[in-house]
Design a protein around this ligand. Structure first.
Ligand SMILES: CC(C)(COP(=O)(O)OP(=O)(O)OC[C@H]1O[C@@H](n2cnc3c(N)ncnc32)[C@H](O)[C@@H]1OP(=O)(O)O)[C@@H](O)C(=O)NCCC(=O)NCCS
Length: 198
């Protein structure tokens, strides 16, 4: 039985290493190929601990963290997240940014990914002034030789959840890939969903 629990802001602190470890494990796979470290994870996740309005949902199997999804007001994220929205005239204060949805492979395909969207959207809608929910995904070439033969893009899933890919909204983040000697910049494209005012 999987148990889901919401953690607001600093409530997540006791699980920071488990979440960082899970991110490193899942994002090591294609398409992110992230060669992560717990040191970087602590710094990245600190933003969520510092925000009183962030929400991290953890999926537990017994006492093991096997999945997670995160969201935070865009106004509490760094400028590299905010700039694409400023450039196209979407007010930063109206956006809730969805950080990630990750599950260990054996827990996928059972509907938890959809529940992760529902829980983050419910949290985003509980915050005053949020009109847009958004996340981004790394751009990869269709013929990338590192793409596993059985890889299924998530585009269809994201579209089914009401999200639209916005090639005019791109961010550039630096990380080290498993096949790289040094970290390099990657391009990510945002997907967004607009909500009526409450
Ligand atoms: C994203 C992720 C959390 C989705 O979770 P999930 O619990 O497997 O998703 P669900 O079971 O709710 O399935 C959602 C839909 O996606 C489809 N789907 C399931 N697994 C999929 C996969 N590996 N690839 C593509 N689509 C998939 C399902 O068919 C379902 O669509 P349907 O209802 O039309 O059949 C999970 O695939 C994952 O951890 N992936 C690796 C990390 C990642 O890339 N995260 C996204 C970027 S942060």
């Amino acid at each position: 039985m999987i148990r889901l629990q919401n953690f607001i802001g600093s409530e997540m602190e006791p699980h920071l290493e488990a979440l960082g470890g899970l991110r490193i494990r899942v994002f090591r796979e294609y398409p992110y190929l992230y060669d992560g470290s717990l040191e970087y994870e602590r710094e990245y996740l600190q933003t969520y601990l510092n925000s009183v309005d962030s929400c991290v949902v953890l999926a537990f199997d017994e006492d093991q963290v096997v999945g997670a999804t995160t969201c935070i007001p865009l106004s509490h994220e760094g400028s590299e997240f905010q700039e694409p929205f400023i450039r196209v005239g979407i007010p930063v204060g109206e956006v809730c940014y969805f950080g990630e949805s990750i599950l260990l492979p054996r827990y996928r395909g059972q509907g938890l990914g959809k529940v992760f969207f529902q829980l983050r959207e419910a949290h985003a809608r509980s915050l005053p002034g949020i009109r847009t929910t958004a996340f981004c995904a790394v751009d990869r070439l269709a013929n990338d030789p590192r793409r596993p033969l059985d890889y299924r893009p998530l585009d269809g899933f994201w579209t089914s959840q009401g999200y639209q890919r916005r090639p005019d909204l791109q961010a550039h983040f630096v990380w080290k890939e498993t096949t790289e000697e040094v970290p390099t910049s990657k391009t990510l494209t945002f997907w967004i969903k607009s909500w009526p005012a409450l």
